[in-house]
Design a binder for this molecule. Structure first.
Ligand SMILES: Cc1cc2nc3c(=O)[nH]c(=O)nc-3n(C[C@H](O)[C@H](O)[C@H](O)COP(=O)(O)OP(=O)(O)OC[C@H]3O[C@@H](n4cnc5c(N)ncnc54)[C@H](O)[C@@H]3O)c2cc1C
Length: 394
């Protein structure tokens, strides 16, 4: 019990019991195997949380948030990870939700926030374009105002989950200025709008979660503009800060590392090769220590958001660290069980006995993208260096 009368031990127990009772066992089995999640798994868990009043741990109460303090928020993230529940789908809750609360009109809040809370509306991010990834401000997808509409033409690429999504928050060019960051706006674009085509991109892990999205004179209501015309760059950066400090990453990686520890234990249970076992254990212990450091940084950043303080370069430092740790964790799993399976993947695809090995192979390939998505490692280093030293040589 603390000064404010919150019994954190009881709260932890309450979250655990709820997670085990209300997150479907088949969904938890996929998460436990570090399998790929689709809209179905995310939505089932989000709906259960909504029923319980826990849909939005990070939102203010007036918008349907929980009103939890910092410690409760992290207990929730820890416990849902420990119980192998899916993370909450980030594009709605962590990305566009806070943007609409901060910059949106009252109509936009009424129209879009309930669908995010209930897990009904599925969002995707239309930022990157061919040639405009790290150099995002050079984007060319055009939106021309015609009466009460914007008419959009151009192309987005690497759009995660666009094939399952209902709405895209898109950065578009509505004008030009002396700097390329000027003349960018954010539009909310229903993906069933005529003139929009989604094409799949298959990645080396054989998963389809990335897409190209083409706009051919797609017409959306002018009321779908977020903030004012030309203010999109400021809004995009606000959103990216939240994307890069996603609070669920550290608890998720902590859980993945626990699964890995278990795997090492099983693998070497009947082995005399003490040296190899110690080598794996040493890699795990080092990551454990670094995750504890990352956890402090996340707590600090969440505290900043809750108290409306500027985040500075913390989101970039976190994104850097978490991407690197994630890759090191799956490297260990791959070295342990994946390499052998990977060399025979075309033969064993579908064989249940080797599924765990296949997951580590897929993860090894999929996690390469973690140091690219949301802004590459090099770009995060530039941001941190600029914060520390004032400027970065180009
Ligand atoms: C798994 C995954 C999911 C993604 N999901 C989405 C999504 O949902 N929506 C979306 O809009 N985008 C998404 N992206 C795209 C992602 O944001 C871009 O891939 C990323 O910003 C890099 O852009 P780029 O691919 O054009 O590479 P480039 O910008 O061309 O970079 C190529 C290389 O040059 C380096 N580089 C570039 N500029 C600099 C510089 N100034 N200093 C130092 N090095 C530099 C980069 O670090 C990189 O190594 C996703 C990407 C991945 C891998």
């Amino acid at each position: 019990m603390d000064d404010a009368g919150i019994d954190y031990v009881a709260f932890e127990q309450e979250v655990r019991e709820f997670a085990l009772a209300h997150c479907p066992p088949d969904v938890r089995a996929i998460v436990a195997a570090n399998g790929k999640l689709t809209r179905r798994e995310y939505s089932l868990w989000q709906k259960a949380l909504f029923e319980r009043g826990w849909a939005a741990p990070g939102w203010r109460k007036e918008y349907g948030g929980t009103g939890w303090d910092l410690r409760q928020r992290f207990i929730f993230e820890d416990m849902s990870a420990q119980c192998d529940c899916p993370p909450q789908y980030h594009h709605g809750l962590n990305h566009i939700g806070p943007v609409i609360m901060q910059f949106g009109t009252e109509e936009q809040k009424k129209r879009y926030l309930p669908g995010i809370l209930e897990g009904e509306d599925w969002w995707c991010q239309g930022y990157s374009e061919p040639g405009s990834g790290s150099d995002l401000a050079s984007l060319k997808t055009k939106a021309v105002r015609e009466g009460d509409s914007y008419v959009i033409s151009g192309q987005k690429i690497w759009t995660s989950h666009a094939h399952e999504a209902d709405i895209m928050y898109a950065l578009v060019r509505t004008g030009t200025g002396s700097r390329k960051q000027e003349g960018i706006s954010m539009l909310l674009v229903p993906l069933d709008t005529p003139g929009i085509e989604r094409r799949p991109i298959r990645t080396i892990d054989r998963w389809h979660h990335l897409n190209e999205v083409y706009f051919d004179a797609a017409r959306v209501p002018a009321a779908n503009l977020v903030g004012s015309e030309g203010d999109g760059w400021r809004i995009a950066k606000f959103l990216l800060e939240r994307e890069r400090m996603n609070p669920h990453h550290v608890p998720r990686l902590t859980r993945l590392l626990q699964h890995l520890e278990q795997l090492v234990h099983e693998r070497f249970a009947r082995s005399e090769d003490e040296r190899a076992r110690h080598a794996f254990e040493a890699r795990i212990v080092l990551i454990e220590a670094e995750l504890l450091g990352a956890r402090e940084l996340v707590l600090d950043a969440i505290d900043d958001v809750m108290n409306a303080r500027p985040l500075g370069s913390k989101p970039s430092a976190l994104k850097l660290k978490v991407s690197e740790l994630a890759q090191r964790i799956v490297d260990i799993g791959f070295d342990l069980v994946g390499a052998d399976v990977g060399s025979r993947m075309s033969v064993v695809e579908g064989s249940a006995g080797e599924l765990a090995g296949i997951e580590w192979v897929h993860n090894e390939l999929y996690y390469r993208g973690r140091s690219i998505a949301g802004g590459t490692t090099e770009i995060q280093r530039n941001v941190v260096a600029r914060a520390l030293f004032g400027s970065v040589a180009q």
